[in-house]
Design a protein around this ligand. Structure first.
Ligand code: GAL
Length: 964
């Protein structure tokens, strides 16, 4: 059904901020560089600031020199006004895909928070008298109008893109008045519907840059690398000409002249840069760094320097919990270092070009970058909507302006190997126009865009959140779809939604990427939780500022917590993508080491072995591993195993660590590891031999005392114990709950509907017999016929050991899996510390356990908690053989999972923020026979079928004794 044409108002009849035009008055975009030797003046710091509720709340007289702004407040630039002034300047607002205003492009609401910014400045004494000067804005959200000394310079949109104005002739030595009016909403907002906080303001630097006479308007460093000859080609195109020198290579040529010579290539693993200078005819010296590499899609594979590469990537939004998108260089560096230290080799700059200094860091430290344009019209992809700007030619100039500003700014970065047109815009001729423009301007880089299934404008087939089975079909070229698409390499530009606990299933994706050449890896969604530091909640998310529409904690879906502490998801990802594989059978006397780098050999790594007996290292030493080339494997001999007591569990742990300090981590930093079991664990013999002795009040069995009527355990030795019973509930994770639009089973909801959070325990029998105390119960929720027949069988021996054997027999028609299956018990608050022999040191669940290393660990109960921004099930430790807590030792048969917390799962479930979790006077310990998988259903697929914990008969045992 076609809808009636909507007639748009005449562009000229609209105020500038509603016109689709990208702006007026600014100069052509050009390449960014850190600094030339020309003079520059930072205009960052305190500005005077005034907020209006509407775009025209005040007239423009403030821009005239002499305006009295003494009553205005002060604001720090770069910054967002909503994050400064303790709420006096409005609030942040979060929506994922919906526009937070009525959708009537290009019109915006009358309520349009508008910030007037004023800065008075003088020029430094040595500011050159001749030459030109530009005023540069690195980023302003969403539309700015600019005056200098009362003269209007122009206005612009394109929030995360630079804009420059020529200002010569307007400057004075003293008392220059720079006035900037910033509107939160503009036509540009329709192009910036990214899933993040709406944060208006001048959030990147403002600088005055002198442009000496004869300065180049722009320059383009073209490099290539021929892997067959080992030669690189350099050609620096400069609009006004000039000389190009690269001393290390002996290069001294005119701008525009190509040179070809032997070089070391640039890759993300070997980020070799050559420092050069462009000296303009006017004498300005502009430093640049050349990285020689050639990117190509050949034979359906994306290659750099002739080799297939594999992305081990993340999507990075710019975010700081106090400063929003005003991210300083130290934070950017921190991000890059954290990525390198976690084996990440690629970044998609979702969904806009990042601060340009970030790309310099990527060049320097080595990260492949997909640089994405500041463009998303997600709201328009809802079916019922019309007038998507990417499919309306009136907007094409604005789209082309964005494409040009990205490409021109970032074209000289070796790390940028792919341009992305934007994110989630649907399809339209405007996108094709952008693609054509980019291909023409820079044919050296492939194009990416995920939102067009035809892949008409792209060189890679890209998807988000495809499940494992589909990815495998694509890997085998068994996918349906247009023929042209079937010839393209495949990437997951987003996968593994890292919201809350998770993501699960990373290992299985990685296995696919490593199996099929067509699958060239992916980018986990996303790098960091966007929780805003907030005294009320710890970290705030959508809705915490009273937003009319919001998407809750969907904004907290990163591998880092807002304060940049790695979450277990990042630790897991590091392990799953490690570039060296260590594997083997520990009894064979060798370990197989495989170099999974694409370019680097293993010269930078030093290997060590350690031999562990019951989790404790008894001997260790260096391991001589040959310097394997990428892709090579070797079986390396291990030393003769040290002696161990009979019956002990033994294993090798082999680690690959940095042999020397690097730019991104110190010597000794572990890059990869593997464990090779030698002799397995002996099963735990249940305690037996004693019989229960009872009176009307209590029953005693070995070290344990029970309530005679209910059969409930009261104490083991000196340790009071409460509430021992079967537990199947966990506070649903974001991935358990799934996203509203998910058609598949969403377990969190199924569990709650089934009533698994309100199970009732009916006591059927307490049986005292020779050798055991048996308690039979039936565990079931109200209103249902299904149940878990549950028997607790207690036995004890002379040595003070007490065994609980739990047998679970499902009854009735179970249609839902179980969140967990185990027992929980309450200990006194003095149980503040846990030690265990099992998986650690961190959290693990069935499909997030790759990083869980078998060993001996300890942690306080507080440290056992993973502080997800929205509280949810967390902190389980896997494969636990035994643990000690609160004076008790617990041995499991078979191995078990445990969690321990100072609140119940019910409290955890009810909490909305970290601050809702208040310690009670009981430490609740869950000893789990099974946990349900985690998956990624908060935006992707749920747990793989074999991680779904279906209801089935089960028997498991725990033996308690006094801790040593
Ligand atoms: C994608 C989108 C991202 C983010 C993610 C879910 O659809 O591209 O911006 O919204 O889903 O967190």
């Amino acid at each position: 059904m076609s809808l009636p044409e909507v007639s748009l108002p005449e562009e000229s009849a609209l105020p500038y901020y509603e016109q689709v035009s990208p702006g007026t008055g600014d100069v052509a975009p050009r390449s960014w560089y850190a600094a030339s030797d020309a003079a520059s003046l930072s205009l960052d710091g305190p500005w005077r600031f005034r907020l209006s509720a509407t775009a025209d709340g005040h007239d423009e007289s403030f821009a005239r020199p002499g305006h009295d702004a003494s009553a205005w407040t002060e604001l720090t630039v770069p910054g967002h006004w909503v994050l400064q002034g303790d709420g006096a300047h409005g609030s942040p607002a979060y929506t994922n895909t919906v526009y937070p205003f009525p959708v009537d492009p290009p019109r915006v609401p009358t309520e349009n928070p508008t910030g007037d910014h004023l800065r008075v400045f003088g020029l430094p004494d040595d500011w050159p008298a001749s030459g030109a000067t530009v005023l540069r804005f690195e980023g302003v959200e969403s539309c700015a109008r600019v005056w200098l000394n009362g003269e209007e310079l122009g206005e612009f949109k394109g929030s995360r893109l630079p804009h420059e104005f020529a200002v010569e002739g307007l400057l004075r030595a003293e008392g220059n008045v720079l006035a900037v009016r910033v509107h939160q909403w503009s036509s540009g907002s329709y192009l910036e519907d990214q899933d993040q906080w709406w944060l208006p303001g001048i959030f990147r630097e403002v600088t005055l840059l002198h442009r000496p006479d004869g300065a180049d308007a722009d320059f383009f460093v073209h490099t290539a690398y021929d892997h067959r000859t080992g030669e690189g080609t350099l050609r620096v195109e400069a609009s006004a000409g000039g000389r190009v020198t690269v001393p290390e290579l002996g290069v001294d040529v005119g701008a525009g002249e190509p040179v070809t010579l032997p070089v070391e290539p640039w890759t993300a693993e070997t980020p070799r840069l050559y420092a050069g200078e462009l000296t303009t005819p006017g004498g300005e010296i502009i430093p640049f760094r050349a990285g020689f590499r050639t990117v190509a899609v050949e034979d359906g594979v994306l290659k750099v320097n002739g080799k297939r590469i594999l992305f081990r990537g993340v999507n990075r939004h710019e975010f700081h919990p106090e400063r929003g998108r005003a991210v300083d260089e130290e934070t950017m560096r921190h991000d890059v270092l954290l990525m390198k230290r976690h084996n990440i080799n690629a970044v998609r700059t979702s969904h806009y070009p990042p601060h340009p200094a970030f790309l310099d860091l990527c060049d320097e430290f080595g990260l492949w970058v997909i640089d994405e344009c500041d463009l998303e019209t997600h709201g328009f992809t809802h079916e019922r909507w019309q007038r998507n700007p990417v499919d309306d030619e009136r907007w094409t100039p604005a789209l082309l302006d964005r494409a040009a500003r990205m490409v021109e700014r970032d074209k000289n970065h070796a790390s940028v190997i792919i341009w992305s047109l934007g994110n989630e815009c649907g399809t339209g001729a405007g996108l094709s126009a952008m693609a054509d423009w980019i291909r023409d301007r820079d044919p050296s880089r492939p194009l990416h865009y995920e939102g067009d299934p035809s892949c008409a404008d792209t060189d890679v087939y890209s998807r988000m959140y495809a499940d494992h089975a589909e990815v495998e079909r694509i890997g085998r070229y068994e996918d349906e779809g247009p023929e042209a698409r079937r010839e393209l390499p495949f990437i997951l530009c987003e996968y593994a939604h890292a919201m809350g606990n998770g993501p699960g299933g990373l290992s299985e994706y990685q296995r696919l990427f490593e199996t099929y050449d067509r699958l060239q890896g992916g980018f986990v969604w996303e790098w960091i939780d966007h929780g805003l530091a907030d005294g009320r909640y710890g970290y705030a998310y959508g809705g915490d500022f009273g937003e009319e529409l919001h998407d809750g904690n969907f904004v907290c879906d990163g591998l880092l917590f807002p304060d940049r502490t790695p979450s277990p998801g990042l630790v897991e990802y590091k392990k799953v993508i490690e570039p060296v594989l260590v594997e083997g059978d520990g009894t064979a006397g060798t370990v197989r080491v495989t170099n999974r780098h694409d370019f680097a050999d293993l010269a930078a790594l030093a290997f060590t072995w350690s031999y562990e007996v019951d989790g404790a290292p008894v001997e260790s030493g260096p391991l001589a591993v040959p310097v394997l080339a990428p892709g090579e494997s070797a079986d390396v001999k291990l030393p003769a195993p040290p002696d161990a007591a009979r019956g002990a569990e033994t294993q090798w742990t082999v680690r690959a660590a940095l042999a020397d300090d690097t730019a991104w981590a110190d010597r000794g930093h572990v890059v990869a590891w593997g464990q090779l079991p030698v002799s397995g664990r002996k099963s735990v013999v249940p305690a037996s031999g004693l019989s229960p002795v009872g009176d009307a009040e209590v029953v005693t069995l070995g070290p344990a005392v029970f309530d005679a009527r209910t059969g409930e355990l009261r104490s083991v030795g000196q340790v009071p114990v409460t509430g021992v019973r079967l537990d199947v509930w966990r506070a649903p994770t974001d991935n358990d709950n799934g996203a509203d639009w998910q058609a598949d089973r969403r377990f969190g909801h199924l569990w709650r509907t089934a009533g698994l959070h309100r199970m009732r325990h009916r006591l059927d029998h307490v049986i005292l017999e020779s050798g055991a105390l048996t308690v039979r119960t039936r565990v079931a929720p109200a209103a249902e016929q299904f149940a878990l027949g549950t028997e607790y069988r207690w036995t004890a021996d002379e040595t003070g050991r007490l065994t609980l054997t739990v047998s679970v027999t499902p009854e009735g028609d179970w249609t839902v899996p179980l969140p967990r299956l185990g027992v929980r018990l309450g200990l006194p608050p003095s149980a503040t510390h846990a030690r265990w022999f099992g998986g650690g040191p961190g959290e693990a669940y069935p499909d997030t356990r790759a990083a869980s290393r078998l060993g001996r660990w300890e942690a306080s109960v507080d440290e056992l908690q993973t502080p997800y921004v929205r509280p949810q099930e967390n902190g389980a430790r896997a494969d636990v053989r035994r643990m000690e807590i609160g004076g008790l030792r617990i041995d499991g048969e078979p191995e078990f999972w445990f969690t321990a917390r100072r609140w119940t799962s019910e409290h955890l479930d009810a909490a909305g923020h970290r601050t809702d979790l208040v310690a009670g006077d009981t430490v609740w310990v869950n000893l789990d026979h099974a946990q349900h998988g985690i998956g990624s259903q908060s935006c992707g697929p749920g747990p793989l079928p074999w991680y779904v914990h279906e209801v089935a008969p089960a028997t498991f045992a725990f033996t308690f004794s006094a801790a040593g």
